[in-house]
Design a protein around this ligand. Structure first.
Ligand SMILES: [Cu+2]
Length: 234
């Protein structure tokens, strides 16, 4: 292949990929901001190719910052194989640990100004907590596909560069049951033009916040105002 044909081919491949956009609405929530329609953020929307195998992007990196005793972002979507850094920007120790498909990942206790990282090689939902501060929580959604996005506060999402084809559109929301989420999966066909997907409405009904334990499986010994409920009150 000559350089000219290679460049032509690359431009052609880029032009063929279109963005998929849409909007998600949350209902039946106990969260005041959600009920007022002010915060529909943190819903993961992704596209699984029905036939072709999604292209892999090696050596991907992402991060969840610890600052002001908060993990940020609260919801992170990644492709499997991504290494996630957990830098500690607080003047205190943190100990991020996670429950990953039922398996414990422990980053260990580490001091201010340092970082630890974990590579997530399998698809699944990773619940991240801090072993010291029960109110700290985050969710990592590891996906086999590179075509994903997380909703903004207004509920909109935008998945870039999706090649034409047939996909299963799927969603994850931390305060929805598996049955609700599975019921929302649907098939979409992406062509050469940008696609605006039909709006999605996710019910939080049936979701129960359960207390999480520390990494040793014990309750947190903390002041009463730091509830151990997950997801923690914000
Ligand atoms: Cu902490």
């Amino acid at each position: 292949m000559t350089w000219r044909s290679l460049i032509f081919f690359s431009l052609g491949a880029l032009a063929a990929a279109a963005p998929v956009t849409g909007r998600v609405e949350l209902r039946d929530s106990r969260d005041a901001a959600v009920r007022k329609g002010l915060d529909y953020s943190g819903v993961v929307v992704w596209l699984e190719p029905v036939r072709a195998v999604a292209a892999t992007r090696p050596a991907l990196k992402a991060r969840i910052v610890q600052r002001d005793k908060t993990f940020s972002p609260h919801v992170l979507a990644i492709q499997t194989g991504t290494r996630v850094d957990f830098p500690n920007f607080d003047p205190i120790f943190h100990n991020a640990f996670s429950n990953y498909n039922g398996q414990l990942f422990d980053v260990g206790l580490y001091p201010p100004g340092t970082s630890r990282s974990v590579r997530f090689g399998r698809a699944g939902v990773v619940r991240v907590f801090c072993n010291i501060h029960p109110n700290m929580s985050a969710v990592i959604v590891a996906l086999e596909t590179p075509y994903f996005a997380v909703t903004q506060k207004d509920g909109t999402y935008r998945i870039e560069n999706v090649p034409p084809g047939e996909y299963r559109l799927r969603v994850f929301h931390e305060r929805a049951t598996d049955a609700v989420l599975n019921g929302l999966a649907k098939t979409v066909t992406v062509g050469a033009e940008p696609l605006v997907a039909a709006p999605l409405s996710i019910s939080e009904s049936g979701y129960l916040a359960v207390p999480h334990t520390n990494k040793f499986g014990h309750e947190y010994h903390t002041p009463a105002h730091e509830s151990g409920l997950y997801p923690a009150a914000r």
